[in-house]
Design a protein around this ligand. Structure first.
Ligand code: COA
Length: 422
């Protein structure tokens, strides 16, 4: 017997989304950030939502236990937003925890169990010094064969980057161009951790040097700045500081409802047209480090469910935890052929005014990457763009079909969602 193609048992709609500011907040816990995101989400629901009407919560969180010494975070955040005694479930799939929480919420409504579900994500990472954050994140690698041999996440993605360079002839400058683009977008996002373009950061360093009477760096453009090892040190070659997403505190929330009641909440609801999820072998076992099977699997499932193809997608938020990850993502999603993503980026096709805008929010690189929340943070951007509420970073074309792509670790998990209005 061949299994039937996956499809939703009934339609699911997105009727609200909001996030906390992403950044470093010494006085806030993951629960405080979740409350902030929840309030932003409630404010976004056109016709309002009574907290008591929400029937269940799925919350993505990678490791509140190790980051904050607080396990079992789901009932705690449920309590802080007034959901007790509703079921509250923590979802952990490394950096894709938020995206998988979204999928669990969709499945819960599609199955008919619930009509109104809150999905979210929260992570508080900046409590720990960088070395301990690095160790904590490395727990999401294959600790027997990767973490124990000294591999960190920058190191694992550096291996993917060198494989990509060797196979396709890309250079470090191509990675830098991904960072330049995403910081340009993040500069227009008031909730981003780094809401500054690389040009702004470069100019402010030059200004500082002048004010202090120090030697003024002779950077002519962003690439010069990024090639300067003092301004942009190597973390794990070829990944430098500005190739890495930062260490971030933040939370995000989205409200899902059954399609037949969506108009009770929202003037123009956004439908969930497709959801897909896949898995892959640990990085050290893969034949080819330049592609992620989980992403290709998740994308195909989501495209088939939605009845669309990559060329139909207007914009996408993809998992750019490192600059190389964005190039791999947009090839795995079928937006560009293998080995073509770096050329497309260089040609400006993925810029906000390009034919396939990618990471208009600033992406994980510039907006920030509070790991368990990032997948829902992507949904918040799609919500704003599809409603033409993205302010200065709003894309000019109509966005009728949009996609999110959220990766766990080096791609052991990937989840893809397609949003649309039919
Ligand atoms: N991109 C750009 N600038 C960054 C940055 C980043 N990712 N991270 C920090 N900075 C800036 C800080 O704002 C600070 O600037 P300032 O001197 O002008 O104030 C400076 O760099 C030093 O910051 P600091 O926090 O001391 O950096 P760090 O060396 O401790 O950490 C990394 C830098 C890259 C090691 C850290 O951000 C990191 O580990 N990132 C990857 C996280 C990760 O693996 N996530 C999971 C992915 S799967």
């Amino acid at each position: 017997m061949s299994p039937r193609a996956p499809k939703l048992g009934r339609g699911v709609a997105l009727v609200g989304a909001g996030m906390s500011r992403f950044g470093a907040f010494p006085d806030k816990t993951s629960r405080d950030l979740f409350v902030e995101a929840f309030h932003a989400m409630v404010k976004s629901v056109d016709k309002g939502i009574e907290t008591g009407d929400i029937q269940a919560l799925y919350v993505g969180n990678f490791s509140s236990d190790l980051f904050e010494g607080q396990g079992h975070i789901a009932p705690i955040v449920a309590d802080w937003v007034g959901l007790v005694p509703k079921p509250a479930t923590r979802v952990e799939d490394a950096c894709s925890s938020g995206g998988v929480a979204l999928r669990e919420g969709i499945i819960a409504i599609a199955s008919g169990i619930y009509d109104i579900v809150l999905v979210g994500g929260t992570e508080k990472m900046t409590n720990l010094p960088t070395e301990r954050v690095t160790d904590t994140l490395a727990a999401a690698s294959d600790t027997l064969y990767e973490g124990s041999c000294g591999f960190t996440f920058p190191g694992l993605y550096a291996a993917m980057a060198t494989a990509y360079m060797a196979k396709y002839g890309a250079s470090v400058e191509h990675f830098m161009k991904v960072g330049i683009k995403n910081h340009r977008n993040g500069a227009l996002n008031p909730k981003a951790q780094f809401n500054k373009s690389i040009r702004d950061l470069m100019d402010s360093r030059i200004e500082k040097a002048k004010q202090k009477g120090e030697a003024v760096p002779d950077w002519r453009n962003e690439i010069d700045f990024l090639k300067d090892s003092k301004a942009n040190p190597i973390v794990a070659w070829p990944m430098r500081l500005f190739d890495c997403s930062p260490i971030t505190d933040g939370a995000a929330c989205a409200l899902l409802v059954a399609e037949d009641i969506a108009k009770d909440f929202c003037h123009d609801p956004i439908q969930i047209l497709g959801t897909g999820q896949g898995s892959d072998h640990a990085l050290h076992e893969r034949q080819d480090l330049t592609t992620i099977l989980a992403a290709r699997t998740a994308a195909r499932e989501a495209y088939d469910m939605a009845g669309v193809e990559p060329e139909d997608i207007a914009i996408a938020e993809v998992h750019d935890c490192f600059t190389i990850a964005e190039l791999v993502a947009i090839e795995d999603l079928g937006f560009f052929k293998p080995g073509e993503a770096y050329k497309a980026t260089e040609a400006g096709l993925t810029a906000r005014d390009g034919s396939k805008p990618i990471n208009t929010s600033g992406g994980l690189k510039s907006k920030g990457h509070p790991v368990g929340a990032s997948g829902i943070g992507q949904v918040v951007e799609i919500w704003h763009q599809m409603r033409k509420e993205a302010g200065a970073r709003q894309v000019q074309k109509d966005v009728n079909l949009a996609l999110t792509h959220n990766v766990g670790a080096t791609g052991g998990t990937c989840v893809v969602h397609i949003f649309g209005r039919r």
